[in-house]
Every structure is written in structure tokens, then in C-alpha cells.
Design a protein around this ligand. Structure first.
Ligand code: SAH
Length: 269
């Protein structure tokens, strides 16, 4: 790709560096996010700015977070050269830096931390349009009982109404990854499932989904490490849950929230 060789970039696989090189897809993502001149947009993993420079044309401001200091420098030079003044670069790890206030997140995210990014955006509760690996996207939007339904589906659906917008072929990136990607929209939920202790709920869901094909009581009895309780204690508690005999992989968010609330009471006893 000429721009990448012109900029003398050698992509680092460990950091999930697959740069968007398809202008059409960049346009689609920005249109889907409906970015206006009133929006401050957070971009996670800005790279050399393929998306950043286009976002800067339509947004009020772009906060571009990039871990790789060489890329952050290249991006800064490109902004200076093109006299773009509404982009703030934060060089650092998105999971560690302090994130200034923003309205929307639009990004082609580093795939190795996809789950953590969804958790972060869930906590921040912001509208997001993200390009991510297809397999991960399939898991995000999977419904109870479907093959891909997993912990991350529950996590995403607790915070967001998620929508699969379109597939993005691997050739839209350089270097081309081995698998396709997708554009996903995350719309923060106005009303969330009733959960009195979110941290406990996420721990419970993590524990239950390790054995998602089992009935709830059995899955829970196997979660010694996650729940930090003895197997016998967990087995007894599991049987006391009103949905004890339901298979974890078929449970929707409200059923999981209800079970977690019951478990919280049992653990507190
Ligand atoms: N948005 C750019 C780059 C996407 S590749 C484009 O579409 O062309 C993902 C980018 O995320 C890489 O530039 C990588 O260096 C960066 N990255 C990886 N881990 C990161 C982290 N923890 N925090 C911030 N950026 C990260």
C-alpha cells in the first residue's frame, strides 16, 4: 500500500495493526455513526490516521488514542502538514489513559483487546460504531440459544442494543488479516436489566458461561475459581436458584440478572 510504505510504517501484529485502506468503508463507517459538527468523537487505535483525518472533516473534535508512539508521531506530523487543528492525540493505552469527555466512539479497534474495549464503552455508556473482527462481532450480537452466544454477548447486551451493520472484507485492510471484519453499532440501553451489583453480575456471568452447555446449577458448581467458594457450597447454592435446571446457553439477560440477584443473596448469607 503506497501510503503505508511512503510513511515507512512496518505494521506490528501484536498491536493488532491492520490499517484501513478502503476509502469506501471509511465513508460508510462515518456515515453510519452520523457524526456531525457538534460531536466530539473518540477514536481508539488511530494508527496513522486513515479514519482520523476523515473524522476530523465532519466532527467538532476528534480524540485519537494510539498506543504506538511512532504511529502517534506520524499522525501528529500529518495533522500539522495538513493544518488540521481539531484532533487531540493521546499517546497511550486506551485501557489506562484518562479519557476526556466525548459524545461518540468511532474506531477500527485493535482486535486483541476487543472484549476490554466493549467493557470500557459499556461503562462509559456511549454510542459507538466499530469495525471489529467478524467472529467477535458475531458473538456480540448472538441471541440466547445461538451457537455464538457467550459471555461477551451478555456483556454487550447488558449495556447496548447491538446491531450488525455489514461485513468488511479482509482486503479492506493492510496487511490483510486472515479473517473478515464487520461494522457494528452499539446503542446504549435506556433501561438496563435490574442488577444491584454490576461487578458481581459480571463475575457470575463469567462463571456460568465457562460451562455454558450445562444447566445453571451444574455450571455454577464448577466455578470454584471464579466465585471463590467451595464446590459443595456452590452446588448447594446452585440448586437453590429458581432457574437451576435451565441451560446457561439459553438464558437471556433478564434470567441471568435474576439468577445473579438470587446468588448474591445466597452468598451474602
Ligand atoms: N484506525 C487505524 C488503525 C487500526 S489498527 C486504521 O484503521 O487504519 C489498530 C490500532 O490500534 C493500531 O494502530 C495499534 O497500534 C493501536 N492499538 C493497539 N493496542 C492499543 C491500545 N491498547 N490502546 C490504544 N491503541 C492501541
Amino acid at each position: 500500500m503506497s501510503i503505508i510504505s511512503d510513511l515507512n510504517i512496518s505494521p506490528d501484529k501484536k498491536l493488532g495493526q491492520n490499517f484501513l485502506v478502503d476509502k469506501n468503508i471509511i465513508g460508510v463507517e462515518i456515515r453510519e455513526a452520523d457524526v456531525s459538527d457538534k460531536d466530539t468523537v473518540l477514536e481508539i487505535g488511530a494508527g496513522y490516521g486513515a479514519l482520523t483525518l476523515e473524522l476530523a472533516k465532519v466532527a467538532k473534535k476528534v480524540i485519537a488514542v494510539e498506543l504506538d508512539s511512532e504511529l502517534a508521531e506520524i499522525l501528529q506530523d500529518r495533522l500539522t502538514d495538513q493544518n488540521i487543528t481539531n484532533v487531540e492525540i493521546i499517546q497511550g493505552d486506551i485501557l489506562k489513559v484518562e479519557i476526556p469527555p466525548f459524545d461518540k466512539c468511532v474506531a477500527n479497534i485493535p482486535y486483541q483487546i476487543s472484549s476490554k474495549i466493549v467493557e470500557l464503552l459499556g461503562r462509559l455508556g456511549k454510542y459507538s460504531v466499530l469495525i471489529m473482527q467478524r467472529e467477535f462481532a458475531d458473538r456480540l450480537v448472538a441471541k440466547p440459544g445461538e451457537k455464538n452466544y457467550s459471555r461477551i454477548s451478555v456483556l454487550a447486551q447488558y449495556h447496548f442494543d447491538s446491531k450488525f451493520l455489514r461485513k468488511v472484507g479482509r482486503k479492506c485492510f493492510f496487511p490483510a488479516p486472515k479473517i473478515d471484519s464487520a461494522i457494528i453499532r452499539l446503542l446504549p440501553k435506556k433501561i438496563k436489566a435490574k442488577v444491584s451489583d454490576e461487578a458481581f453480575f459480571f463475575k457470575f456471568v463469567r462463571a456460568a458461561f465457562i460451562h455454558k452447555n450445562q444447566k445453571l446449577w451444574k455450571a455454577i458448581s464448577h466455578s470454584k475459581r471464579e466465585m471463590e467458594l467451595d464446590k459443595d457450597v456452590l452446588k448447594k447454592m446452585g440448586h437453590e436458584l429458581s432457574l437451576a435446571d435451565v441451560r446457561v446457553r439459553t438464558m437471556d439477560i433478564d434470567q441471568l440478572a435474576k439468577s445473579s440477584e438470587e446468588m448474591l443473596v445466597l452468598v451474602g448469607k
